[in-house]
Design a protein around this ligand. Structure first.
Ligand code: SF4
Length: 328
């Protein structure tokens, strides 16, 4: 176990962790809500430092990031635990346990692997990366020194101080915006919306961001929800890519999977205000990035593969309009 960051001693052997907005007060021998930060004899430790449950080379489109070096591969790492407990979690086997089939991978080993595989960098994904803070920070610093990029796929439920410490090493983030309703975060995820909004607003000033909204049938998919969520994103910037993702009934949620019609409706509502809206987790998944000015098709994707690519640097090949993101 590795000594954790962001905690302080409390009365007796208790410790208070302030890595995320839960600010857990943890008695000796117990762990916090995330299950992976442990009070051992009055000090806080990370039980997942250098331990992975999954390592793979993924297309960057799978994160999903559609405007960040499209068509490239990224080394993807995840481990156990999460600081939210969404009833619909699509990754619950690793996120909702403190320990399941982990393998050791040092920060040097991760960087070496990314270089060997000619990946553009490392994505901290599959579970919530902020609760893996110590390992992610160390690996991200080393990766940056070797010219690699760092990507976080996160729920955004983190306190401002750890976010600020990590951001200088992060190049891109996909942040879940699970709903625009505080009640949804409280009742369905054991979290809250305000810290997530704060993370989005801070991150957008430091790195490339894209947002994902998983549409859970009957829970966060009403026309009102979609209109308000779109309005919020558009106030941040109409160029921020927004991915609506199809949900499947997993973990504790039994509502039927998101109907294709709901996803199309979401795309229609968001598309009226935002320049880049995408749908994910559909069987015949084809998508296009079009120039917001002249509507020329710039990228056509089938699944996670690029079928056409018509950008000239970061600009539309036809009218020269600058396209939000980082391109080859
Ligand atoms: S990171 Fe874990 S232990 Fe720390 S406050 Fe959040 S849930 Fe609690």
């Amino acid at each position: 176990m590795q000594t954790a960051s962001f905690w302080e001693k409390q009365n007796g052997d208790k410790v208070k962790c302030f890595l995320c907005p839960h600010n857990c007060v943890i008695p000796a021998g117990k762990h916090g809500i995330c299950k992976v930060r442990v009070n051992d004899n009055g000090a806080l430790f990370s039980s997942i430092y250098g331990e992975t449950t999954g390592v793979g080379l993924d297309p960057i489109e799978k994160k999903p990031l559609y405007h960040f070096f499209p068509g490239s591969q990224i080394l993807s790492l995840g481990t156990n635990g999460c600081n939210l407990s969404c009833t619909f979690c699509q990754n619950w086997q690793i996120s909702q346990t403190g320990n399941s089939g982990r393998h050791n991978l040092s920060s040097d080993g991760a960087v070496r692997l990314a270089l060997q595989e000619s990946a553009i960098g490392i994505a901290y994904t599959y579970n919530e990366p902020f609760i893996w803070f110590e390992y992610v920070l160390e690996t991200a610093k080393k990766a940056k020194e070797r010219g690699l990029r760092n990507v976080l796929v996160t729920n955004g439920f983190v306190n401002p101080e750890p976010l600020s410490e990590l951001l200088p090493y992060i190049d891109a983030m996909n942040i879940d915006l699970k709903s625009i309703k505080e009640g949804f975060y409280r009742q369905t995820c054991n979290g809250s919306l305000a810290p997530v909004k704060k993370t989005i607003e801070t991150a957008q000033n430091h790195c490339h961001i894209e947002l994902t909204n998983l549409l859970v049938t009957g829970k966060n998919d009403s026309e009102k929800d979609l209109t308000e969520l779109t309005k919020y994103v558009s106030t941040l910037g109409k160029d921020i890519p927004l991915h609506f993702s199809r949900y499947f009934p997993l973990y504790k949620e039994t509502e039927p999977e998101t109907p294709a019609a709901t996803l199309k409706k979401a795309a229609e509502i968001a598309g009226s205000k935002l320049n880049y809206v995408y749908l994910g987790n559909l069987e015949t998944e084809e998508s296009s990035t079009c120039c917001p000015k002249c509507r020329s098709e710039l990228i056509h994707r089938k699944g996670f593969s690029l079928k056409t690519y018509n950008l000239s640097g970061s600009n539309c090949f036809n009218c020269g309009c600058n396209i939000y993101g980082s391109f080859k």
